[in-house]
Design a protein around this ligand. Structure first.
Ligand code: BG6
Length: 454
């Protein structure tokens, strides 16, 4: 049986803990029942251990709750983690493998990091921080300086659950274990790449955060740039922390807004009243907590270029929107057409298209093949494979790495800063109103005049 790992959850009475973190822990313990986890919930509310235990039990309900509950001990401690003396007392008797998970708003996480000193922290502690990591390149750099003054970079876990999604991880195998794909994976053969993550979901009561962030920061700046980095990276020597993170960081260092022109390479829109699956949806500006004059976008699209020998000239378009009907969630790699089709073959000669669906996990390949009827007439055929759900949900995959003190699925500090620098020209152009704020009806696929990317 494994020695217990201590998971200290700052913000354990909050929504993120019960909605994502604890269900992920429950699932992880179901597939790895040999783990022993001491959960120490921390918050400012006057909770008892029993209240915290109930939240754990309820959150485990979707997993094999009884078996998972056998693996955990749950306590609750009341503390204000932005106060040094309280932190010191809280952390003083912790030993063994310890992870501190900041399930708190970014400002509280930053203040807690300010209040911490290296002496307070148990040896080898992992610090796990949720996105958004800073609000721009400078604030991300300041937070990085603070964190690496406390612990080694490898002990800092900047959570991006898209790195734990099974499709993102499947991209590694598809790319690097198939001679059919790997030699063609470059501007020589690929025409364009799009990474789309549209959602039916609207605000879900998150206006306090979302109205200040918008789709560009909420999704493109973080998750979708990480997926881009996995799609475009050079082959790492190993699928391990050092090699994988260096390969993805190198891609991000080479990534720029297409043509260095954010005005023509980005688009934004927000939804108006509509209906999704027969349920009426109010206009974004009428959602509780939204300040219309902020002009926050709920749909963002932007095209980037990876300026290196492999990719120069290939547009990578990223798009994500809320309240979209029939939403697409996929990485689409479009190959160039062949240079010449012999006379006598008729029909489709379009380039092949490879799609990786970001849930449900599926991969498909569109090719030109002779269909039924005239054997010299080419038709489009789709070969597809259902990959099934990954063993673990994305958050559980990420949490498993944190508990193992393995930073492989963590965003490295320089990459977190770089992602802000990549989108800054777009943020500036939008702030200066150089790109119109379009509208789309909730439940539609976006503004009618936008090309659909999928
Ligand atoms: C979160 C965003 O990080 O990712 C949400 O803040 C978004 O706005 C979510 O809905 C999408 O991820 P998933 O895995 O829940 O579909």
């Amino acid at each position: 049986m494994d020695a217990a790992t201590t998971l200290v959850i700052f913000g354990s009475t909050g929504d993120l803990t019960s909605r994502l973190l604890l269900p992920a822990l429950g699932q992880l313990l179901t597939v790895a029942p040999e783990r022993r986890i001491r959960v120490i919930g921390v918050g400012t509310a006057d909770w008892t251990a029993e209240q915290q235990q109930k939240v754990v039990r309820d959150s485990f309900a979707a997993a094999d709750a009884e078996a998972a509950l056998e693996c955990v001990e749950v306590e609750y401690r009341r503390a204000d983690i932005t106060v040094a003396a309280e932190l010191k007392k809280l952390l003083k008797d912790l030993d063994g493998q310890v992870a501190l998970y900041f399930a708190v708003p970014p400002a509280v996480a930053a203040a807690a990091c300010e209040a911490m000193t290296p002496e307070m922290l148990p040896d080898g502690v992992m610090l796990a921080l949720e996105k958004p990591f800073g609000t721009d390149e400078e604030s991300a750099a300041a937070l990085n300086r603070r964190l690496t003054a406390l612990v080694d970079e490898k002990q800092v876990f900047r959570v991006d659950h898209f790195l734990g999604k099974s499709t993102t991880l499947n991209l590694l195998g598809a790319r690097f274990a198939n001679r059919l794909l790997e030699p063609l994976w470059s501007a020589e053969s690929i025409e364009s790449v799009s990474i789309v993550y549209d959602e039916k979901l609207g605000l879900e009561g998150r206006a306090g955060y979302y109205d200040g962030a918008g789709a560009l920061v909420d999704m493109l700046q973080s998750h979708l740039l990480q997926v881009l980095a996995v799609v475009a990276m050079e082959q790492p020597a190993t699928i391990g922390e050092a090699d994988l993170r260096e390969a993805t960081s190198a891609v991000l260092r080479a990534t720029r807004v297409w043509g260095d022109d954010p005005t023509s390479s980005s688009r934004r829109a927000r939804y108006t009243a509509g209906s999704i699956d027969g349920v009426d949806k109010p206009s974004y500006v009428d959602e509780p907590g939204v300040e219309p004059e902020r002009r926050t976008e709920t749909l963002a699209a932007a095209t980037f270029e990876v300026r290196n020998a492999r990719w120069t000239g290939v547009p990578f378009t990223l798009r994500s929107g809320k309240a979209i009907g029939d939403p697409a969630r996929e990485v689409v790699v479009r190959f160039k057409a062949v240079r010449h089709v012999p006379d006598g073959l008729r029909g489709s000669a379009d380039g092949a298209v490879v799609r990786f669906s970001l849930g449900p996990d599926r991969m498909s390949l569109d090719l030109n093949l002779n269909g039924a009827g005239d054997p010299l007439v080419l038709e489009r055929a789709t070969l597809s494979a259902d990959l099934g759900p990954g063993q673990l949900m994305a958050y559980a995959e990420v949490l498993s790495c944190i508990l193992d003190a393995d930073a492989m699925l963590s965003v490295r500090g320089d990459a977190a800063e770089r992602c802000w620098a990549i989108v800054q020209p777009i943020l500036d152009a939008w702030a200066n109103d150089e790109v119109p704020l379009d509208e789309y009806v909730a439940g539609s696929r976006g503004p009618e005049h936008w090309p659909f990317l999928g």
